[in-house]
Design a protein around this ligand. Structure first.
Ligand code: UTP
Length: 297
């Protein structure tokens, strides 16, 4: 096989309205809601960096300017903190602004994830690229995007991240069917957006990680609106699958949907328990709450 071009850019769509998290997301982008003290999207940018990708393309929209500000320089604050000798905070701010090269593209109207990805076409050009959803966290030893890049490099095909979901959740996701090539890699033969449980090919849901070849752009240009009247990335990927083949990776790690209230709470508890400065206090508090709940019956 000829050498594959390196994946150098990652698209992070963050222009959605975040209706599942209203009223918190009326004025604050859900991608900036903190998991302990770090915004969700910062963890995602960190994952991009850890996977060796050097450019991030944010897809943003109205009311999402704070995302760009978060990764920008805030010199006045840095100087003030420096004067006060708060070096750890200065280092923390500098780290965020020097993470990766950032390009921002506006999606005028949130017309769906497929449309959001299409908005990145000019910046991506004719190269394979990664997509990480701005509210989907994966806590993994090997960064999820790195796991996916390894599969892309080995097989030369587009790859989606797969996650097993319950009966109840099947109709909320794009669902894949196919045959397992290894214990974790699926050769996908069916992709259906938000199927009824009875019509779903499996319980393997497409979650927020993708490695796509640039052929997806021509397909997205012609893609008609699908479920919910939105331009669905799953519909375009199904066309790409029929043409060039498509793989799914059941990645290693724990996934959290931080754009969902319960997923957000789970992520906060899990990440707080990993912090030595918070863990003992949080555990003591959780024991207290459990004991109190038991007493109350
Ligand atoms: P979601 O479906 O989770 O985002 O899309 P949403 O539409 O904001 O969510 P709810 O259902 O109303 O709560 C996954 C990711 O894709 C982005 C979102 O910002 C989110 O990070 N997205 C979605 C876009 O950038 N543009 C769109 O048109 C839709």
């Amino acid at each position: 096989m000829p050498t594959l071009p390196r994946v150098r850019k990652a698209v992070i769509p963050a222009a959605g309205l975040g209706t599942r998290f209203l009223p918190a997301t009326k004025a604050v982008p859900k991608e900036l809601l903190p998991i302990v003290d770090i915004p969700t999207i910062q963890y995602i940018v960190q994952e991009v960096m850890d996977a060796g990708i050097d450019t991030v393309v944010f897809i943003t929209g109205r009311g999402k300017e704070a995302i760009e500000d978060h990764f920008d320089q805030y010199l006045d604050l840095e100087t003030k903190l420096e004067k006060e000798g708060k070096d750890d905070l200065v280092a923390c701010l500098r780290k965020v602004r020097s993470m990766v090269q950032i390009v921002s593209v506006r999606q005028g109207t949130p017309r769906g994830l497929g449309h959001a990805v299409l908005c990145a076409r000019q910046v991506i050009g004719d190269e394979p690229f990664a997509v990480l959803l701005g509210d989907d966290l994966v806590d993994a030893k090997v960064p999820c995007t790195k796991q996916m890049l390894d599969v892309y490099q080995e097989y030369g095909k587009s790859v989606v991240g797969l996650w097993e979901v319950s009966d109840e959740d099947v109709p909320k996701f794009g669902i894949c069917g196919g045959k397992m090539m290894t214990d974790r890699i699926m050769e996908i033969s069916a992709m259906v957006e938000k199927p009824k449980l009875a019509e779903a090919p499996s319980h393997s849901a497409i979650v927020g990680r993708y490695i796509l070849t640039p052929a997806i752009f021509d397909i997205l240009e012609k893609q008609a609106p699908g479920k919910g009247g939105e331009i669905q990335i799953t519909d375009a990927m199904a066309t790409l699958m029929r043409r060039d083949g498509f793989l799914g990776l059941q990645f290693e790690g724990q996934r959290y949907d931080a754009g969902d209230k319960f997923g957000f709470l789970q992520a906060n508890v899990a990440y707080a328990l990993k912090r030595p400065d918070i863990r003992p206090k949080l555990l003591a508090y959780m024991r207290e709450v459990l004991a109190q709940t038991k007493k109350e019956g």
